[in-house]
Write a protein that binds this ligand. Structure first.
Ligand SMILES: Cc1cc2nc3c(=O)[nH]c(=O)nc-3n(C[C@H](O)[C@H](O)[C@H](O)COP(=O)(O)OP(=O)(O)OC[C@H]3O[C@@H](n4cnc5c(N)ncnc54)[C@H](O)[C@@H]3O)c2cc1C
Length: 397
């Protein structure tokens, strides 16, 4: 289905471009096998795709004047439909560089952003630590000014694509607050240790920061004020996780519908057996609802970014959280139903549905776990009431 059929004009070509990048890979090259990481073929195809130009603004080689959350969402939907490594690489180009786009030193921007736009450089974002996941403020990585340099010490864990990244945006404590620093991956003192092998193949690694020194100009934004940059990044990219979830759920649905059309039991195609019809119909409805919400959230994020109004951006983050929550939870329901509808054929390892069954699970955990998002969404709903200033408006802590 083209994006224009959902009332969004100007995105059909972008959707087709993303689809073509997936199709440029042979089917066996699209997903990693168990225990495999990113392959050279995937990285090469991604670098050459031109898609990274949607992750940075026009003045640094991007396609649009500012990063367009709708384009990002549409691209992630298409990529995740066919190839999760392509989706992850694209997402990280944006997530890893957006703070730099918003608040980086001009010289640093001029160095990194055109390279990221062209795909020559890959970006990563290092927030998480062994003791700090949802509770980012528990981060213990330190950033200290020493002369005209910043010294960074700490350990980041579960950092996507750290092993291939050229620049890593690192989050740490500074001056009673939290700062972000752009650290080139070849900086002395920065080393990468392989992370655990995940059930859904995806490269994560530890980033060890042992007396890392970079010029003070590598700090992004004001000292100790990085939370606003993290929230701005989430406003744009959380809606895109919803897009990614929609792509994956659609891929599962297409597998199941094809199977249930072609396989007969009791003399009829599976899709005509009432309970199986229910599994497919409920899944199709979930996918459509999620897609509409993802596009709506991305549109609101685009409008908020264009307005430059901080209050609107905060509200749009809540809405993006709602879309991420709804679409990722729905994707997991859809995939489970699709496996059920396909019977034993849904259980074959390395089949497309088998891959999707593993790929769906991290969606509800990374970039805001569902339980944490629910707290924010409940607060947002409470604040929407006309008497929001009343004593009960604060919502759950
Ligand atoms: C595939 C993958 C890729 C990742 N890539 C990156 C990356 O590139 N960079 C990076 O920095 N991090 C990355 N992460 C880490 C990710 O951001 C964290 O996993 C996520 O923030 C959740 O933290 P946690 O896993 O430590 O869970 P925890 O915070 O320990 O949460 C455990 C459970 O408790 C719940 N919970 C936590 N706090 C609350 C609360 N206040 N109220 C109610 N429930 C709560 C959670 O919802 C969850 O169910 C990645 C993770 C995965 C799985």
């Amino acid at each position: 289905m083209r994006v224009s059929e959902y009332g969004l004009d100007g995105y059909d070509d972008i959707q087709a471009q993303a689809r073509a990048v997936v199709e440029s890979l042979a089917p066996r090259d699209r997903e990693p096998r168990a225990g495999e990481g990113l392959t050279d073929t995937q990285v090469k195809a991604f670098r050459a795709s031109g898609l990274s130009r949607h992750a940075v603004p026009g003045r640094f080689g991007g396609i649009t004047e500012t990063v367009d959350p709708v384009a990002v969402c549409v691209i992630r939907e298409e990529l995740m439909y066919g190839s999760s490594p392509l989706d992850a690489m694209f997402a990280l180009q944006g997530i890893g560089s957006y703070a730099l786009t918003l608040g980086g030193d001009p010289e640093l921007q001029r160095y990194w952003l055109p390279r990221i736009a062209s795909g020559e450089a890959l970006a990563a974002m290092a927030l998480t630590e062994p003791g700090a996941g949802s509770d980012l403020k528990a981060a213990t990585t330190t950033i200290r000014v020493e002369g005209d340099e910043l010294r960074i010490d700490g350990l980041k864990s579960f950092i996507s694509h750290a092993e291939v990244a050229d620049v890593i945006t690192v989050f740490g404590k500074e001056e009673g607050g939290w700062s972000l620093v752009a650290v080139p991956a070849d900086t002395p003192g920065l080393s990468i240790r392989p992370g655990p092998s995940l059930i859904a193949p995806h490269d994560v690694a530890d980033v060890v920061l042992d007396g890392v020194r970079v010029p003070v100009s590598h700090r992004i934004g004001a000292p100790g004020k990085a939370f606003d940059l993290v929230l701005a990044t989430l406003t744009v990219f959380r809606a895109s996780v919803a897009g990614s979830a929609v792509g994956l759920a659609q891929a599962a649905l297409d597998e199941a519908v094809r199977h249930c059309r072609d396989r007969e039991q009791f003399g009829r195609p599976l899709y005509k057996l009432g309970p199986v019809a229910g599994l497919l119909a409920d899944s199709g409805s979930d996918v459509e609802m999620s897609r509409l919400l993802a596009y709506r959230a991305a549109t609101r994020a685009r409008e908020a970014a264009e307005s430059g109004d901080g209050a609107r951006a905060a509200e749009s983050l809540d809405y993006s959280s709602m879309a991420k929550l709804a679409a990722t939870e729905a994707a997991c329901r859809v995939v489970d139903r699709c496996v059920q509808a396909m019977g034993r054929f849904g259980l074959v390892a390395d089949s497309r549905i088998g891959q999707i069954y593993l790929l769906q699970r991290p969606l509800r955990i990374y970039e805001g776990a569902s339980e944490v998002l629910r707290l924010g969404v409940a607060r947002y709903l409470t604040a929407q009431l006309p008497d929001a200033s009343g004593p009960d408006a604060s919502g759950p802590d």
